[in-house]
Design a protein around this ligand. Structure first.
Ligand code: ZN
Length: 595
């Protein structure tokens, strides 16, 4: 096998910014929208046969696909070089075109509404339309929240003002510069740089990184500004809940995530019941680090200084061996990704940081990495190739139901990481394995437990404001600390008082997408539950697992999972998952005694 470590975008898209094909692709967007509205305006509301619906979806999917190619290409170019002004400019132009196109297509949701719930649901049951069932059911379910055309128009116009409030937060946060003194030298850093110091092996560096964040976010000016922005955003959300007639404060999010209100409540309740596991992890970690008092800045700390290096070749070998043992199709697609120039592996000047996988209906998957030889980079490789393979396996679905909701979207990625860790542990010394387990547990608590803690905070704030209470940053600080303590108990020492607890103001998600974070928790819980089953059933489970991935977004999570024996409305589902977390905690506690 010849490893290709750079994307070849020319092979899959266009030859460059001036490729006439790219330009004509962009020029075709508005005419495509015009042609679509010419054909369907006034027609959707009169749909009466399944053949009409099939033709509509085929046209819609074709239009979306053609409209999207140029944008996908440009966003890939931008990821490879975020400083490229010509690309940024082109993307800006494209965005304007898309806004215009989407206003040309506003009639679609109104006409579906006019067609009405009963007719749409009858279509959803029609045998000819089974490929589109979930798309039809979802649009029927959303109808009751759509207001009249005039009202929607007014809300849409007014929503621009809220956009300004969100930009204000983003621009303000991006303008912050963080001061820190390291090795006697004063430095100015960005928020991302400061945050990365929280995993430093040097305790004083970690402490200073927290202190530096607080110095910025605890100023009276930041607190007043961010407190008012947050209250404003919550007021907007809660007024939407009232105007559109949602039953609960979280229902708008639950609707878009295709999860029932009861399921989300149960997720929160079961994770909160398991909160004491976190304190057990921290207590074991305190002993392993030989600390008297465990501070908030020790939570993400490594245990020691060990850092085994893994070259990209080592990483791919470990990943491929893992997949070979697991399933041929997973193995084959990974090979295809690696050989066909769809993985961009190494850091480059101007390249986007972090990692992602990108895929869409009818398009091959692409993966971007920044491999620096750390153990974590190998997990990231498996994570992103898991996403990529999920994208590949869902290709059997129609574009309208291709993408899974976020609650299912992290399935293959985290599952692949789990498989890999079984393989990796055999290659690690005892000391290296301790570090590995520590990192894995830190991640698990961050992606499940802490997300639920955020949601519990948001829920309290939203419910209070919904019932007419006025809250300020003083209240947010206090409520945040109360939710922190619920999870950590006495295991962690906080270095600031509850009155000065500004951490909520550093979480972009609670401003930009209220209640979004529970989807991460649900996704991780689901993978632990799947893994628990895989451990019990072995090989025979693999086809079940792949069927779940092949389904893409064609079924509601509840129905899809219940077909495969997972009842997400039962506490047992969550408890099986948490059992896997507990196993890791027990193993970690065992390391203390092993000393
Ligand atoms: Zn992911």
């Amino acid at each position: 096998m010849t490893l290709q470590t750079n994307w070849n975008l020319t092979k899959y898209f266009f030859t460059g910014l001036n490729d006439p094909k790219l330009l004509s692709n962009i020029d075709s967007i508005l005419p495509l929208a015009d042609a679509f509205s010419k054909k369907y305006q006034g027609i959707i509301k009169t749909f009466s046969t399944p053949e009409q619906i099939l033709e509509y979806y085929a046209d819609y999917e074709k239009m979306s696909h053609e409209m999207g190619t140029g944008g996908t290409y440009l966003s890939y170019l931008q990821s490879l070089d975020t400083q490229n002004n010509a690309v940024i400019k082109k993307l800006g132009e494209l965005e304007c075109i898309f806004v215009e196109a989407s206003s040309k297509l506003l009639f679609i949701s109104q006409e579906w509404k006019e067609l009405g719930y009963d007719k749409i649901m009858a279509f959803a049951d029609n045998p000819l339309l089974q490929d589109y069932k979930n798309a039809l059911v979802s649009s029927a379910a959303n109808l009751k929240y759509i207001l009249s055309e005039r009202e929607e128009f007014v809300l849409n116009e007014k929503s621009r003002a809220l956009g300004v409030v969100e930009w204000l937060r983003e621009e303000l946060a991006n303008s912050y510069e963080f001061q820190i003194e390291l090795d006697g030298e004063k430095k100015t850093m960005t928020e991302e740089e400061i945050r990365s110091l929280r995993t430093s092996p040097n305790r004083e560096t970690r402490r200073k990184s927290y202190e530096s964040l607080r110095q910025m976010y605890n100023t009276k000016q930041a607190q007043i500004t961010l407190g008012n922005i947050y209250a404003g955003i919550v007021k907007d959300w809660t007024s939407d809940v009232k105007l559109r007639g949602y039953q609960t404060i979280m229902e708008p999010r639950n609707t878009s995530e295709e999860l029932e209100n009861e399921v989300v409540d149960m997720l929160m309740q079961e994770v909160q019941t398991a909160y004491p596991l976190f304190a057990r992890f921290i207590e074991a970690k305190r002993k392993l680090m030989k600390l008297d008092e465990f501070h908030i800045y020790d939570v993400s700390a490594p245990l020691g200084q060990i850092e085994k290096e893994f070259s990209f070749e080592d990483g791919t070998r470990l990943h491929l061996e893992t997949m070979k043992d697991f399933d041929q199709e997973f193995y084959d697609y990974s090979i295809d990704m690696l050989e066909s120039s769809r993985i961009d592996a190494f850091p480059k000047y101007g390249k986007r940081s972090g990692a992602f996988a990108s895929y869409g209906p009818g398009e091959p998957s692409f993966v971007l990495l920044n491999h620096t030889g750390k153990l974590r980079d190998v997990s990231t490789l498996s994570h992103e190739l898991g996403h990529a393979t999920h994208g590949h396996l869902s290709q059997g679905q129609k574009p309208a139901v291709y993408s899974s909701p976020l609650s299912l979207a992290e399935t293959a990625s985290i599952f692949s990481e789990m498989l890999l860790s079984e393989k990796i542990r055999k290659e690690l010394t005892t000391e290296e394995y301790k570090e590995f387990l520590n990192e894995k547990l830190s991640d698990t608590f961050a992606t499940i437990f802490r997300q639920i803690q955020y949601i519990a905070f948001e829920k309290r704030v939203h419910e209070a404001i919904f019932t007419g209470e006025e809250l300020t940053y003083h209240d947010f600080n206090r409520m945040w600390r109360e939710e922190q303590i619920r999870m950590t108990g006495e295991s962690v020492t906080y270095d600031v008082t509850a009155e000065n607890e500004s951490s909520w103001s550093m979480i972009p998600h609670i401003f930009a997408s209220p209640f979004y974070c529970y989807a991460y928790a649900f996704g991780n819980i689901l993978v632990f539950a799947l893994y628990n089953r895989y451990q019990k059933e072995g090989r025979s489970f693999v086809e079940n697992y792949k069927d779940i991935l092949r389904s893409g977004g064609s079924k509601r999570p509840k129905d899809l999972l219940s077909e495969h024996g997972f009842d997400i409305t039962s506490p047992k589902f969550y408890r099986d998952a948490i059992e896997e977390v507990e196993k890791m905690v027990v193993e970690f506690e065992g390391l203390v005694e092993g000393k």
